[in-house]
Design a protein around this ligand. Structure first.
Ligand SMILES: [Zn+2]
Length: 565
């Protein structure tokens, strides 16, 4: 055994005192005692390198007890709410297992104690959510009920079960002249994509759906909601995201819905125990929000003004009710299928609408189909120069690496994101397959906005247990947890945190805490804002742990019946 450790780097060698685990693995023949000791040394060394090691080492007594309780609750749920898929004779039991597909498990998840605890967890900052898909789909559908200037259209006449299933629906607020010639979706001679007043559509709605009969406004709303949502069978269908996005777009694009939605969205963040958020609306130069009568339109600056007004008013209301919300910033998103000139216009437009505050810039849309970041490098570099001249710090927060491939153009975006000095990246699913990039992400302190449920539903991982998050965390790459398009997955940020806890045995209360801390550290808040939000979050975290210890102490005396496998 040697007590020093030497590494060879080409012609150089570095010698330094060996750590106990290095000495332990140098031993070739072990006595049983030495073997046990060696094992402990390696396990301890790994534990010390864990992403949540600092949190664990500095944990209070209450946190330690809460962490232990949380781990037992996860096992208790596994035994009480879930079950084994096959019985001892190999016959199906009809039960679902913990960690089976999210969409199929959702109703069970909502009944678990772990989910109840997850909802109470102070999440810190929510950093990756598309603004048109934050709230349950029915919110916007209900907003449209009484809007005279709302029109609906379909790719197919809604005259058969087959057409009802295959049709693609969209909405728009406009004047009657713009909608003309009007059409009737319920007739055989309906011309594809002809507009029908939505009020009339609701009155005529009548669909036999299996043993259910849907009719009138309530029936129309149920049917439309189902068309927006993903089902477990539709998993992996990116086309479903675009189908849903297309439907939501028109429901979102008029003033009263946009204002009500903004308010409800902030209230929803508060309900989910989120202290601060960065939302991603889509902005285009042709973007406009219609006034409710369909006659006027509001441009990007006006849209920003509406968001800010609603934010101010809602924050005052929340404060009045002794609640807390620390603020919300907007990340300017523009489609990656845009041409260079359009991106230039978007970056210029950014100044008009956004220059008053530090926010961020992103490209959205399916990476496989759109342009790679490299395509716009000259425009991005010019934008950065302009920001620097004006002493502005506008970070890039790019969607990238949302792929399973190594070496394709989507994966290549990761390299450009690094060189373009991205502050964070969205998804970064491919990062776990690039050891050097993981190292760079750590050194440059670039955080990953991980979206576990979105990745599972869109097929990057078959189950949460196979998600890349534990690998990134094992490498101590800073990560945050996000819901991406919660509307389509019927999820909330709490559901994503829930999935991280059941996806990996190595996730614990300490891990959750580190993820929340990273979300606050890597947000676009200025120092003063961050200090305030962290102070509030810390208070809430202490209360949360105390609540777990008080309300779930019963699980400490629970004896599990089942073994894990
Ligand atoms: Zn996204």
């Amino acid at each position: 055994m040697t007590d020093t450790f030497t590494v060879q780097y080409f012609n150089n060698s570095i010698t330094r005192p060996a750590e106990p685990w290095r000495l332990a693995i140098a031993e070739k023949e072990y006595s049983p005692d030495e073997y046990t000791k060696a094992l402990e040394h390696i396990q301890l060394a790994e534990r010390e390198r864990a992403f949540d090691a600092t949190v664990e080492t500095s944990a209070t007594e209450v946190e330690r007890r809460a962490a232990e309780i949380l781990s037992r609750i996860r096992n208790h749920d596994r035994e009480q709410v879930y079950g084994k898929a096959l019985d001892t004779n190999g016959q199906p039991t009809g039960k679902r297992t913990q960690g089976e597909h999210f969409l199929g498990n959702l109703d069970l998840i909502d009944q678990t104690d772990l989910m109840n605890i997850t909802k109470r967890m102070p999440k810190g900052a929510h950093l990756h959510i598309h603004f048109n898909s934050c709230l349950p789909a029915k919110f916007l559908i209900q907003q449209a009920r009484n809007i005279d200037a709302m029109y609906i259209r379909s790719t197919l006449p809604l005259t058969s079960t087959k057409n009802l299933a295959a049709s693609r629906i969209s909405f728009m607020v406009m004047t009657e002249q713009e909608a003309a010639p009007l059409a009737d979706l319920w007739t055989n001679n309906y011309p594809s994509n002809g507009w029908m007043p939505y009020m009339e559509f609701q009155q005529k709605f009548k669909v036999e759906d299996g043993d259910r009969s849907l009719h009138g406004t309530a029936g129309a709303e149920t049917w439309l909601e189902q068309k927006i949502l993903f089902s477990e069978e539709e998993t992996y269908a990116v086309s479903q995201t675009s189908r849903g996005t297309q439907m939501m777009k028109g429901l979102f694009a008029y003033e009263s819905a946009f204002r009500n939605y903004t308010r409800a969205c902030i209230e929803d963040f508060v309900k989910d125990n989120i202290q601060y958020a960065e939302i991603r609306p889509n902005f285009m130069s042709t973007n406009s929000l219609k006034t409710n009568d369909g006659k006027g339109s509001i441009r990007n600056e006006g849209i920003m003004e509406i968001i800010n007004q609603e934010l101010r008013n809602t924050m005052l209301e929340i404060e009045g009710q002794k609640g807390y919300f620390g603020g919300m910033k907007v990340i300017y998103c523009t489609p990656r299928i845009f041409k260079k000139e359009q991106i230039e216009v978007a970056l210029d437009d950014y100044y008009v609408a956004f220059v008053d505050d530090e926010k961020g810039f992103d490209l959205v849309g399916e990476e496989e189909m759109g342009n790679e970041l490299r395509h716009f490098v000259p425009e991005f570099l010019a934008f950065q120069r302009k920001c620097k001249e004006q002493k502005l710090e506008i970070p890039f927060l790019f969607h990238c690496g949302e792929t399973l491939q190594v070496g394709d153009k989507t994966d290549g975006n990761l390299f450009d994101a690094i060189l373009l000095n991205a502050k964070r990246i969205g998804h970064g699913y491919a990062v776990a397959r690039h050891p050097l990039l993981m190292q760079i992400f750590k050194e440059k302190n670039i955080a990953i906005e991980s979206c576990p449920i979105s990745n599972e539903v869109l097929g990057l991982t078959p189950t949460i247990a196979a998600h890349n998050l534990p690998i990134l965390l094992a490498n101590d790459v800073p990560c945050t947890i996000n819901s991406d398009n919660a509307t389509f997955y019927r999820s909330s940020l709490s559901h994503d945190f829930y999935q991280t806890m059941i996806g990996s045995e190595s996730m614990s209360l300490y891990g959750w805490k580190q993820l929340a801390i990273w979300s606050l550290e890597h947000s676009c808040m200025d120092d003063k804002e961050r200090e305030n939000v962290i102070a509030e979050w810390t208070r809430r975290w202490e209360d949360f742990c105390q609540w777990i210890v008080e309300d779930y102490a019963w699980v400490e005396s629970w004896e599990p019946k089942l073994t894990r496998h």
